[in-house]
Design a protein around this ligand. Structure first.
Ligand code: SAM
Length: 351
């Protein structure tokens, strides 16, 4: 009798689990659908047109009409589109929120979901041999790579300007004497552009390994009229022939990419930092205790740990970064943000 009862409970639990997982799978499909619209510029095109037929949308975007018809069905099903009159589509509030230029856009969640699926597939294959193909995996999907920089910018720029920047006095000091901030692994350049907009005398050099990032960063600086103070160059962080001492080195989500060469990177800081110069490192904070990864707010970090491994990287705890500074004779301070998920480690060279 008891066994039957337990059996029924297990069956009910399995049914609940199936329901929960089907809902999660629907979430993934919704984000897949959104990604197609984001990466092909469909959301802004429909917003611009107000209400468009599939034919209008094909003319507006240059995309294939038959694919667009199927995408509109899916986007309608997942509530990104409304049918205004028969065959005429307009954006719902959810569709508006997927426009990359919308305030607090949902775009990075859609891009991140498809990138994660790509990284999961690469991790599956690479696990069989131990191969770590490196940074190149990001460039394997031609539709994802151009969105990588904007995805990071939209995810982290609000945290930077709202909470992190007000805690960093160093940039106002650099601005006072027109010093130079060097951003190593600058991505699409958003961080330096943000600083240069706020501090009118500060100058910046951004370095990144991907040509696409340098192109986007240069364009971004130009669009804000900052090209006379910001310069972006392609190169390797571990072999950068910097011509003048830097007032500040910044590295945002880039140190873990070159951690296997940390002695080279930290010696570079020591040798190329102006006297009283600073280093500001921003990294996802890998927790000391595995148990903390169960926190729903840290689960994304746990998956990132796996996808970084495919790229040959490992996420770092703030203490490890502090130790690397200590090894070159610099004291450092750790500032934590976003419930401890984001760490900014600040070090200054004393005379
Ligand atoms: C996660 S992204 C962060 C980008 C940017 N700092 C931001 O916050 O948006 C890491 C960046 O580091 C760059 N990177 C990684 N290893 C590099 C290397 N050895 N030399 C130059 N850039 C590198 C990548 O191209 C990528 O743009």
């Amino acid at each position: 009798m008891e066994g039957c009862q337990a059996g029924k409970e297990v069956a009910m639990e399995t049914e609940d689990l199936k329901k929960r997982f089907r809902q999660m799978a629907q979430g993934a499909l919704s984000l897949d659908t959104a990604f197609v619209g984001v990466a092909n510029g469909l959301f802004p095109a429909i917003r611009k047109g107000g209400a468009l037929t599939v034919g209008d949308l094909a003319r507006e975007t240059g995309m294939d009409k038959t694919y667009l018809a199927r995408w509109c069905d899916a986007a309608y099903a997942f509530d990104y589109l409304e049918e205004k009159e028969k065959g005429q589509f307009c954006l719902t509030a959810l569709g508006e929120a997927m426009c990359p230029d919308a305030a607090d856009t949902l775009m990075p969640i859609a891009v991140g979901a498809v990138l994660s699926a790509h990284m999961a597939e690469r991790a599956t294959a690479c696990m069989r041999t131990g191969e770590q193909p490196g940074e190149a995996v990001l460039a394997e999907r031609k539709t994802i790579l151009p969105w990588f920089g904007s995805m990071i910018e939209a995810s982290f720029a609000p945290l930077f300007s709202g909470q992190i920047l007000p805690r960093l006095e160093v940039f106002a000091e650099v601005d006072a004497y027109g010093g130079t901030v060097v951003d190593l692994g600058c991505g699409n350049g958003w961080y330096l552009v943000e600083l240069a907009k706020r501090y009118p005398r500060l100058r910046g050099i951004g370095l990144d390994g991907f040509e696409e990032n340098i192109r986007q960063a240069t364009e971004k600086a130009k669009a804000s009229g900052l090209e006379d103070r910001l310069r972006f160059v392609r190169g390797d962080i571990r072999r950068y022939p910097l011509e003048e001492p830097a007032s500040v080195f910044v590295m945002n989500r880039a140190l873990h990419h070159v951690w296997s060469d940390k002695e080279t990177v930290f010696s570079f800081f020591r040798d190329h930092l102006a006297s009283e110069g600073s280093v500001v490192i921003w990294e996802p904070a890998w927790p000391e205790n595995r148990k903390d990864l169960r926190d729903p707010a840290r689960r994304q970090l746990a998956f990132q740990g796996l996808s970084e491994h495919v790229q040959g990287n490992r996420l770092l705890s703030p203490a490890e970064i502090g130790q690397a500074f200590s090894d070159i004779g610099l004291d450092s301070t750790v500032l934590l943000f976003a419930n401890g998920n984001e760490a900014v480690v600040l070090a200054r060279k004393r005379r």
